[in-house]
Design a protein around this ligand. Structure first.
Ligand SMILES: Cc1ncc(COP(=O)(O)O)c(C=O)c1O
Ligand SMILES: [Zn+2]
Length: 403
């Protein structure tokens, strides 16, 4: 028996979960993304849950009461439980930094890939497929390396070398396609759904968001149930930001907290698709734009979770901002110098966003802020080539220098 049902974000039609059901066909795959709805009334009065002591370092599966599958794979007990650091940053005393670069494949996406693999096992599907800007694919490929499920990966040929290396090393079957992420997404989605493979494409599979929301649960428990005023996160397709909202909302809904933070989505000025939809206001109408950014992971022109992202961010009184590529690169460098954490471009945008909002006096000293760093900087060192010294010294020069 499932502990949840599915509901269309637009027409609110409810569905019983079943293999192959990913979205509401009446509304289409972007307007008709599905929410996973649990029995919150029962959880709210669950005395056992109220007494529960959460482990600040345990894996994401400690939240199994709000997950649609059970852990069955080797990596599962090591996914999530990532560190929450506290820094005095940019004049703000309490900046929390959730660092998901320390997941097994070095990005936030492990939280979703793990759920996808466990769901594919539940359904007895022996092929998984994924289109991605790089991290979701490398995460799926690496985490799935030791199961008997075959993995087909579709990525733009332009993905950074670190992410491509992860894919090739995992033994997955990799199709590096000459096209944008949006083109690769559409063509592979049609193919995979026709073949009946298990889908790990952003947004379309509603269970992916369920894995990702555990980041919000962890922020809450690691901060001793004090919910921050603001959470900043990089946004491409819109699933991670939606998942954070859902996580904060669910803990409030079942009575574990009494507040949801204002969530601020940070996009790249070169391709700010969700920001444009949000700023135009309701009813939210998906749009496809062309553009580019150094932050490859959020280079998405036709975002698939745009409806959830806009609806949820409005509900928590949040908003979207955008950074130039220069601001994004500065953010990587300054974050590294200030904290010792190395983020890939999309992982550093929350820091750049915070800087901008402090400058604009929208976030002030007395606010508590959490930055979610979604990807390790080692995944994309080419992005920082212009920022680092690559000169070398001869032995003689070295000896001279310290004479
Ligand atoms: C490192 C990183 N940050 C942020 C995002 C944005 O997530 P979403 O596409 O769900 O908005 C991604 C997505 O690929 C990512 O890889
Ligand atoms: Zn619908």
């Amino acid at each position: 028996m499932n502990n949840y049902f599915l509901r269309c974000i637009t027409c609110k039609k409810e569905f019983d979960p079943q293999p192959g059901l990913y979205y509401c066909e009446d509304c289409g795959y972007i307007m008709g993304t599905l929410e996973v709805v649990y029995d919150y009334d029962t959880l709210r009065v669950d005395a056992f849950l109220k007494e529960r002591i959460f482990d600040k370092k345990a894996s994401m599966y400690q939240f199994d009461f709000l997950l649609p599958t059970k852990p069955k794979c080797k990596f599962d007990e090591h996914i999530g439980g990532t560190p929450l650091f506290r820094f005095d940053l940019l004049g703000i005393k309490n900046v929390l930094v959730k660092y998901d670069g320390s997941n097994p494949s070095s990005s936030y996406k492990d939280r979703a890939s793990s759920v996808a693999i466990n769901k594919a096992l539940d359904e007895g599907n022996d092929i998984l497929f994924c289109a991605s800007t790089g991290n979701a694919a490398s995460s799926l490929a690496m985490l799935n390396a030791h199961t008997d499920i075959k993995t087909y990966i579709f990525v733009p040929a332009s993905i950074p070398a670190g992410k491509r290396a992860q894919l090739e090393i995992s033994g997955a079957e990799v199709m590096a396609v000459e096209g944008t992420y949006d083109e690769v997404y559409d063509v592979s989605l049609e193919l995979g759904l026709k073949k009946g493979w298990y889908c790990r494409h952003a947004a379309i599979n509603p269970y992916l968001l369920e894995g990702k929301k555990t980041g919000a649960f962890e922020i809450i428990i690691q901060n001793d149930f004090e919910v921050p005023d603001y959470v900043l996160i990089g946004v491409g397709d819109g699933t991670v930001i939606s998942s954070l909202y859902k996580g904060f909302w669910e803990f409030k809904e079942i009575g574990l907290t009494d507040k949801i933070p204002r969530i601020i989505g940070v996009q790249a000025e070169g391709i700010p698709a969700i920001k444009e939809v949000f700023d135009k206001g309701k009813p939210y109408v998906p749009l496809a734009i062309k553009g580019n950014t150094v932050a490859d992971s959020i280079s998405v022109g036709n975002p698939r979770d745009v409806i959830k992202a806009c609806t949820y961010i409005e509900a928590c009184n949040g908003y979207f901002i955008a950074l130039t590529d220069e601001e994004i690169l500065d953010a990587i460098a300054e974050l590294g110098k200030e904290t010792g954490l190395f983020a890939e471009p999309a992982g550093a945008v929350p820091f750049g966003g915070l800087k901008k909002l402090i400058y604009e006096e929208k976030i002030t000293e007395s606010d508590t802020v959490c930055l979610v760093i979604t990807g390790n900087g080692l995944k994309d060192v080419s992005a920082v080539e212009g920022l680092i010294n690559t000169e070398s010294l001869s032995i003689k020069e070295l000896e001279k220098r310290f004479e």
